[in-house]
Write a protein that binds this ligand. Structure first.
Ligand SMILES: [Zn+2]
Length: 469
């Protein structure tokens, strides 16, 4: 008597279960609806531009450990409080410090004329009276490393490697070795100095500075970047077959290590405050521009993203933590010290992501997730695709500072910007606010609120991603 209804009930239940299993998606319809509202609001009215405007006008250049850095740290805390973060604090880090002095270079013979150069980060100076030596040219850093020492000894090594322009910025990797490893190679072969063609894609008469590896180099030599037109000039002189002799007069100052800070702001989670989604950017910049693209825009994008999420009627389920890393430019110093100090808490970090590739339109969504979690990215894509974003790969580093977390198995998201002209301005005096388009920043924030809100709000977690070593 009771069997039939029970059977009917059971099969009804099984059918319902089957339907649920087939359609069960990790992100609920409700969460997606909130993310969609946030996205559209960001397109309409987000204002990351005023944040990067404020940083570049009121602080400007902010190399690690400098006076500008100290003002940036104060600025960031004040701004986060004004934007409605629940908790704002700093964590101190130790950074090597350096002051740029002057860098003059001129061809002495056969065709005397001045060259536009910039010291690479942490370069030593020349002797007070300068130095004069013949140029020896190399196609790239490998050619210098492989060259016999007597070809290099007593000369100025010139690495003349061009960087290719691409939307992804992948021309940077093959070109940057001259900057990062060239001075070490030149010093080991007893060159008197290193000059490189700037790592950049422009033809402006600005040189591109940037960090080089200095640890353990016993007798460092001055290291300079030439602007692209000046590298062309030197190249054309060398093609004429006569020795080209250059005079360098460089003054820089290495200072004692000192303090800098990671600046951290949080939107505290309503259910699982100890679990965190980390979004970040780096607060430091090189000294020559105002750091609008690198990385003022990123700072503004992640701060505005958190502000918009804080405006929702309720806090997301877990904590959204914005980290403005210190001393990224000189070797991810802030991120490394953060991960070291918080290694016991890494399992509570659901994922990381960083905005550090300028202010171009976001066109690709990369991830680093366990395969079992790909459907979460697919669901996020439903909301990102209308912004002109395509699904990319699962090899995201999450950005430079994020890569330190990723190396420990933390999942990552990467909202990839169009970097076609990024390396025209990167690390030059020309990295200024006029390169930032307020409308494009709105598209950026729209994508960031979708990813950041859903990762903070979703029910499940993202697991861990096995690391290679
Ligand atoms: Zn950067």
């Amino acid at each position: 008597m009771k069997l039939r209804p029970l059977l009917a009930m059971t099969s009804g239940f099984l059918a319902a279960l089957a339907v649920t299993t087939a359609t069960a998606k990790p992100l609920s319809q409700e969460d997606l609806s909130v993310a969609e509202v946030l996205r559209d609001r960001a397109l309409e009215s987000s204002d990351a531009y005023s944040i990067v405007e404020s940083l570049t006008v009121e602080v400007g250049p902010r190399p690690a450990g400098s006076e500008g850095d100290r003002r940036a740290v104060a600025w960031a805390q004040e701004k986060m409080k004004a934007l409605g973060f629940d908790r704002v604090y700093t964590e101190q880090i130790e950074v090597p410090r350096w002051n740029r002095g002057h860098a003059h270079a001129r061809v002495v013979s056969p065709f005397p004329q001045p060259l536009v150069v910039s010291s690479l980060g942490y370069s030593v100076g020349t002797p007070e009276e300068g130095l004069t030596a013949e140029i020896v040219e190399f196609a790239d850093v490998s050619e210098l490393i492989e060259a016999p020492a007597d070809k290099v000894r007593g000369k100025i090594a010139f690495i003349n490697k061009r960087m290719e322009r691409t939307r992804t910025g992948e021309g940077y990797g093959p070109a940057v070795g001259g900057r990062s490893r060239g001075m070490r190679a030149a010093a080991e072969k007893e060159a008197v100095a290193l000059m490189i063609r700037s790592v950049g894609t422009d033809s402006d008469r600005f040189a591109h500075t940037g960090m080089m590896s200095i640890d353990g180099v016993e007798e460092p030599v001055p290291a300079l970047a030439l602007s692209a037109p000046d590298a062309n000039l030197l190249e054309a002189m060398l093609e004429r077959g006569q020795p080209v002799v250059v005079n360098l007069d460089v003054h820089n100052q290495r200072l004692e290590d000192g303090p800098s800070f990671n600046v951290i702001g949080e939107i505290t989670g309503r259910e699982k405050p100890e679990e965190v989604m980390i979004i970040g950017a780096h607060l430091d910049s090189w000294d020559e521009g105002t750091g609008a693209l690198d990385d003022g825009a990123g700072v503004a994008i992640v701060m505005e993203t958190a502000r918009m999420i804080a405006e929702l009627p309720q806090r997301p389920r877990r904590t959204l933590r914005v980290i403005l890393y210190g001393a990224e430019e000189i070797g991810l110093v802030g991120a490394k010290q953060y991960v070291e100090a918080h290694q016991d808490e890494l399992d509570n970090i659901i994922a990381v992501s960083e905005s550090d590739f300028g202010a171009g339109k976001i066109w690709r969504f990369d991830t680093r997730l366990p395969e079992t979690k790909f459907d979460i990215a697919d669901q996020m894509m439903q909301l990102l695709a209308p912004l002109g974003i395509e699904r990319g790969n699962n090899q995201s580093s999450g950005g430079p500072d994020s890569s330190v977390f990723v190396a420990r198995g933390v999942p990552a998201f990467g909202l990839y910007q169009d970097g076609t002209d990024y390396f025209d301005y990167h690390h030059t005096p020309n990295d200024t606010l006029d390169k930032v388009d307020p409308e494009i920043l709105k598209q950026n924030v729209a994508a960031w609120v979708v990813m950041s809100f859903l990762a903070s709000e979703m029910e499940g977690d993202l697991g861990r991603v096995p690391t290679e070593n």
